[in-house]
Design a protein. Structure first.
Lengths: 447, 257
């Protein structure tokens, strides 16, 4: 068997130019696939990080409260009772926080924007505070300096708000400016609250364009909420991968404790208002979701990237197959005499096939390995540099302000096997035809 | 003796405000009268033009037809111009407001806070006045508004009533009882909207057996986003009977086909 590898290797080296060209093409496509897969995984990772920092826990226990059938207030009326069930029944629990949810208009002196508002207590939100970075003034003010203004700890004071750089730019606002928050209470009455901007932070991708953090007392005043209510209890696990399993455990636990639940739907809470409004019940029902439910409206972006990647790679694979097949045909023709000689001295058809196949497989394996290493190296290097995404549209698609790549050993191995296999499959038919050549016909090429 | 007329004049001036303070019953009567004058026993139809000014944006104008049946609390607002807005409309049945968009083909429930056609107007700007039903009134004082002498009245929403703004300040013309100016406040006390009623018209209603008043024009100013305003002009008001079918979802849907 080793002889066949030697023959294959020698033949590859003899046709150096052909081997190099095919090899380069395979390296290029493998590198591209590795980068695209890493980019897609990076986008998913960015989405997960942004979502679980800004808007959702690994698991969310939210509530819907209706005083009349046409209501749909996103409230938990007894936060303590819900937290107790969570704390006593969640396997692998890391910690729990409560957040109030709001939606309304932020109005500055010169502009306004519709935005989500999250009421937070900074004492509970060490992870959030740690994840937010003060933005440079130049991020939100034309001609601004590189200085970073603001103090996140001031969010503990009533009448304060932290906004993202994109929102600050839209509102022409700076640290210290006052914003008017307008919305309606859950009883339907117009209300407003004033909030001073205590910090402007760097954007964390698309989600930060409709998120803002308000001191939770301010949200309670705006929505006229009682102290025992909250919007959602957000559960963080030691391992996010357990979310789906733990969701099931919590659903059972809440039912056992006498809570009613709305049927699970893989949608963000703000997509459920109309459904809840049209349901004919009153009182309190809980709504349990995992983090991926809350950002399901963004999942199509990742699907889109994957579809485009696979389409592109698919086209390139077809080109590679055609290239390899063509090259193998040339090789078979050039070596017809060699085939005839080998067959004449007793080499079987299948060994002739194996010989040609091995050439392609060795070329594929080496080129794919180089491509995988190159792709992985590029992905790691670019990710370390974390370059800023220059265009708004790209930021929207990539769900991040910076390019982020995530490698997984499984995807690297898949890429290696895929292109080794492609090379092998491409060579199969020419190798088969070479093997089928009658020895008499083949040896006449020598004479 | 020379001082007596001066003293009498001074006494009269001091006594004047006290003598003109309105009793609660009078205040309630004023508010009820405001409602009654605008209410029609039968149907109401009008063509309205809405001009919206928004800071840093181009002005927009749209045309709509209003159908009302006060006896059964029904209201339809059907947009007819421009082309992009034509076919969109609102239907109020009992206390629920629904919005229809023909491009989507869906009905959506909306609240009292709904900005009609994306303007600063609200449902109650087009509907019958129900201030006496929804609010508790308090006389603030007599003031002047331009060349008019007006009653300044404060209204606070009754508990459990679904209104857009919980606190209203009204200025009613002392002579005619017509509403001249209205300020709307949020729960926080922040002024949200100011509306002016420069023109009032009236029409004889056979079904009511009396005159029905309606504003010729309403000018609404957004007090939160300064620079934003909406002007509503009412034209072609008609108090003849309107087909029952108009106050149904099917009718609105059929308009866009």
């Amino acid at each position: 068997m080793w002889v066949y590898f030697q023959i294959a290797g020698r033949n590859l080296l003899q046709a150096r130019r052909r081997t190099a060209l095919l090899g380069l093409a395979l390296v290029f496509v493998t590198t591209l696939l590795v980068l695209l897969q890493a980019l897609s995984a990076g986008v998913a990772d960015s989405m997960r990080t942004a979502a679980t920092t800004l808007s959702t826990g690994h698991i969310n226990v939210a509530g819907w409260y209706k005083t009349k059938p046409s209501d749909s207030a996103p409230l938990i009326v007894d936060e303590k009772a819900v937290r107790k069930v969570v704390e006593e029944n969640t396997p692998g629990l890391a910690y729990v926080i409560s957040r109030d949810r709001g939606f309304g208009k932020l109005v500055s002196d010169t502009a306004s924007t519709i935005s989500g508002m999250t009421g937070v207590d900074p004492k509970q939100e060490t992870r959030l505070i740690g994840a937010l970075t003060l933005a440079k003034e130049s991020d939100y003010k034309e001609g601004g300096s590189d200085k970073r203004f603001g103090d996140l700890t001031k969010l503990g004071q009533k009448g304060t708000i932290v906004i993202f750089a994109g929102t600050a730019k839209k509102l022409n606002a700076q640290v210290g400016d006052q914003l008017t928050l307008t919305s309606q209470t859950f009883q339907g009455l117009s209300n407003s609250a004033e909030a001073t901007i205590v910090a402007i932070v760097e954007d964390i991708g698309l989600l930060s364009s409709f998120s803002n953090f308000v001191n939770n007392d301010t949200i309670r005043t705006l929505y006229q909420l009682k102290p025992e209510t909250t919007g959602a209890v957000q559960v963080y696990l030691k391992d996010i991968a357990d979310s789906d399993r733990v969701l099931g455990v919590l659903q059972e636990a809440f039912k056992k404790n006498g809570f009613e639940l709305v049927p699970h739907e893989s949608k963000a809470f703000f997509q459920k208002f109309e459904t809840i409004q049209n349901e004919d019940w009153t009182g309190q029902k809980l709504d349990l979701t995992v983090w991926s439910d809350e950002v399901s409206f963004l999942a199509s972006i990742i699907t889109g990237i994957d579809v485009v990647s696979y389409f592109l790679i698919g086209i390139l694979i077809i080109i590679i197959i055609v290239g390899i097949m063509n090259t193998m045909w040339i090789s078979v023709r050039e070596r017809t005499g060699e085939i005839g000689t080998l067959r004449a001295i007793g080499m079987g058809k299948w060994r002739v096939l194996l010989m040609f196949l091995l050439e392609a497989l060795i070329l594929g394996a080496i080129a794919a390995a180089v491509g995988v290493l190159l792709g992985a190296g590029l992905a790691i290097g670019i990710d370390a540099l974390a370059p800023r995404v220059p265009f708004e549209a790209m930021k929207f698609i990539l769900l991040s302000d910076k390019l982020h790549f995530v490698l997984s050993p499984a995807s690297l191995v898949k890429a290696l096997f895929l292109f080794t296999g492609v090379a092998g499959v491409s060579a199969l038919f020419p190798a088969y035809r070479a093997a089928k050549l009658p020895p008499v016909t083949a040896i006449q090429a020598v004479m | 003796m020379n001082r007596l007329p001066a003293l009498a004049l001074l006494a009269a001036l001091v006594a004047a405000p006290v003598a003109h303070a309105l009793e609660q019953a009078d205040v309630d009567k004023l508010v009820k009268q405001l409602d009654d004058r605008q209410r029609n026993g039968g149907d109401y139809r009008a063509t309205v033009f809405l001009e919206r000014k928004e800071r840093n944006k181009n002005d927009t104008v749209s045309e709509a037809t209003i159908y009302r049946r006060d006896a059964t609390d029904r209201l339809v607002i059907l947009f007819t111009k421009p082309k992009e807005e034509a076919g969109k409309g609102y239907l109020r049945i009992d206390k629920s407001l629904f919005f229809y968009d023909p491009s989507v083909g869906k009905w959506e429930r909306r609240t009292e806070r709904e900005r009609i056609g994306g303007t600063d107007s609200r449902r109650n700007d087009f509907d019958e006045s129900r201030l006496a039903e929804e609010y508790v009134a308090r006389w603030v004082g007599d003031e002047t508004l331009g060349k008019f002498t007006v009653h300044h009245i404060e209204l606070k929403a009754k508990d459990g009533v679904d209104v857009a703004y919980p606190v209203l300040q009204l200025w009613l013309d002392k002579e005619t009882g017509n509403l001249m100016k209205q300020e709307e406040y949020a729960l926080s006390g922040k002024k949200m909207r100011t509306s002016y009623y420069p023109k009032w018209k009236k029409m004889m209603s056979e079904s009511k057996g009396a005159e029905v008043y309606f504003p010729g024009e309403i000018r609404i100013f957004d007090e939160v986003e300064k620079g934003n305003s909406t002007t509503i002009v009412f034209r072609e008001v008609d108090l003849k009977s309107v087909d029952d079918a108009i106050f149904t979802k099917a009718w609105l849907e059929a308009r866009s086909r």
